[in-house]
Design a binder for this molecule. Structure first.
Ligand code: F6P
Length: 321
């Protein structure tokens, strides 16, 4: 039996640790692994490399992905997916393991539905926005990166009595903003999942204005009010005597050595994916719920975007006074 392996969509720290886990557990089960380069693009171009135990040595600690990744536009086309299925079969690949986020899973689901090709997804995205898994690979590292950066911003904000609006990643999801915002003690956190009441945000900063204190406002890039620049503008208009600075953390959040949490999660899910393949399971994402490996239909993982934890929202509100 031969497994095809891809990392696809936005890279996430811990993808390499997962590639290692897939390759090594497949070898233990007597299965071959072919790694396609740049996700679905590599399948379409038949650009691949055979992966053996020795090829995945010394990668557990490395950020990015040795297989490279891409957001394949071509894979949106039905004919291209036919070509992909044909290429996979001509190489003797029986099942595809796809490490990525919602775009990756959408493609995998279509490959299965249209061509009966066996697919197993592994949640790998810094956004943590997939339903059916407590965490996605890369999320823990990303929020730790944010915390480290904002702690530094806090030092200079305090020294100058400035307000900083910090924009973090999350086009459609506020999980990075919410959890890292709580961890840095942000005075306000703006996420796409809840309606932003700018009046309320400004009120929150009111006390700070009087005492000339610094403040940190964390905003997810996908917030409906706008990005960090828009939020800063609104604050400047109301509090004309305050200095308001903007920092966009950007792609720094996607890089770096994976945290211990992400490496361990990647190990569990990589092994879980191979075990699913061995059992003949297909069309599912392998996730982790309360320390248990679970199988969630790909379409549910994508469609039922994880709910924002109400308790987290409540605690954040309560503590950022
Ligand atoms: O999906 C992960 C993510 O980092 C999002 O948070 C962000 O909006 C997006 O990818 C950025 O993608 P790209 O690097 O392709 O611009």
């Amino acid at each position: 039996m031969k497994i095809g392996l891809i990392t696809s969509g936005g890279d996430a720290p811990g993808m390499n640790a997962c590639v290692r886990a897939v390759v090594r557990s497949a070898a233990q089960n007597g299965l071959e692994v072919i790694g396609f380069i740049r996700g679905y693009e590599g399948i379409l171009d038949k650009d691949y490399t055979v992966l053996k135990n020795e090829n995945v040595a010394q990668i557990i600690q490395r950020g990015g992905t040795i297989l490279k990744t891409a957001r394949s536009k071509r894979f949106y086309e039905r004919e291209q997916r036919s070509l992909a299925a044909e290429n996979l079969r001509s190489l003797g690949v029986d099942s595809l393991i796809a490490i990525g986020g919602d775009g990756t899973f959408t493609g995998a689901d279509l490959l299965q539905k249209e061509h009966g090709f066996k697919v197993v997804g592994v949640p790998g995205t810094i956004d943590n926005d997939l339903f059916g898994t407590d965490y996605t690979i890369g999320y823990d590292t990303a929020i730790n990166t944010v915390v480290e950066a904002v702690d530094k911003i806090r030092d200079t904000a305090l020294s100058h009595d400035r307000i900083f609006v910090v924009e973090v990643m999350g086009r459609d999801a506020g999980f990075i903003a919410l959890r890292s915002g709580l961890a840095v003690g942000a005075e306000a956190i703006l996420v796409p999942e809840t309606k932003t009441d700018m009046g309320r945000v400004l009120k929150r900063l009111e006390g700070r204005r009087k005492s000339k204190q610094s403040a940190i406002v964390v905003v997810a890039e996908g917030d409906e009010f706008g990005g960090a620049e828009d939020v800063a503008k609104a604050i400047r208009e109301k509090y004309t005597d305050r200095e308001v600075k903007v920092t966009k953390l950007g792609h720094i959040q996607r890089g770096g050595n994976p945290s211990a949490m992400d490496r361990v999660l990647a190990g569990f899910l990589g092994v879980g994916a191979v075990e699913a393949v061995v059992k003949g399971v297909s069309g599912v994402m392998v996730g982790m719920q309360h320390k248990n490996i679970v199988h969630v239909p790909l379409k549910n993982a994508i469609k039922h975007h994880q709910d924002v934890d109400d308790n987290l929202l409540r605690i954040t509100e309560m503590l950022s006074v």
